[in-house]
Design a protein. Structure first.
Length: 227
């Protein structure tokens, strides 16, 4: 009896161990995409972005069954990342640990981001470009370093933008409970429009702003002309 019980306990322990390993295992896929200058992503993808000499795209998820429905393709210099709506059914869209998608992206250059559907981008790199564009909607977030002549930002639907670096001029339009936190982004000129309970924080020598609907625009710079 004791032997049988011991064997049962061993089997149970082994089973739990296998379940635990299965639950914590992460599937990775390297995607061959070619070079790109901008990223357009949707479908609750978490992007870890860094600048490097060569281009690479690696996807990670708790399930290989989820990864096979994630599309990555380059069109006209834009890397598109999205979930195939025709595959996987509702179970691949549910906000579970296994369904979480992380994309590790390395690129030598970047001139823009377009994000939607709770997609996040985080980077500690500072990307240089003549013109840099950011569009975020549907509770998408961006944390990024930028050095550019001209910066254009649009954020809506409870999206948050956090930037640092330096630009000559920036044009910002935020709405729908979105936040623009760029007090560490130095700029000579800034034009900011905020509406629908949105907040903007900039550091500009010259600021032109308009805020409505319980929105605020703040300027960190002490020597500033405001209109």
């Amino acid at each position: 009896m004791k032997t049988t019980t011991a064997l049962q306990l061993c089997a149970l322990t082994l089973s739990l161990g296998l379940i635990s390993c299965s639950a914590s295992a992460q599937e990775k896929q390297t995607r061959q995409t070619g070079d790109f200058r901008a990223i357009k992503a949707s479908g609750a993808v978490n992007i870890i972005l860094k600048q490097g000499a060569t281009t690479s795209v690696v996807l990670e998820s708790g399930s290989d069954d989820v990864l096979k429905y994630i599309r990555t393709e380059v069109e006209n210099g834009v890397l598109r990342i999205y979930r195939d709506k025709d595959g996987g059914g509702l179970r691949t869209w549910l906000p579970t640990k296994d369904n979480k998608i992380v994309a590790y992206i390395t690129t030598p250059q970047l001139t823009g981001l377009e994000l939607s559907g709770a997609t996040d981008v985080k980077s500690e790199s500072i990307f240089s470009a003549n013109t840099f564009t950011i569009k975020a909607s549907g509770a998408s977030d961006v944390t990024l370093g930028v050095k550019a002549t001209t910066l254009s930002v649009e954020a809506s639907g409870a999206s948050d933008i956090r930037l640092n670096g330096q630009v000559e001029s920036q044009q910002v339009h935020i709405s729908g409970s979105s936040d623009y936190r760029a007090s560490e982004l130095l700029s000579k000129r800034a034009t900011v429009e905020a509406s629908g309970a949105s907040d903007a924080y900039v550091s500009a020598e010259s600021l032109s702003s308009h805020a409505s609907g319980a929105s605020d625009v703040h300027n960190k710079s002490k020597s500033v002309g405001v209109r």
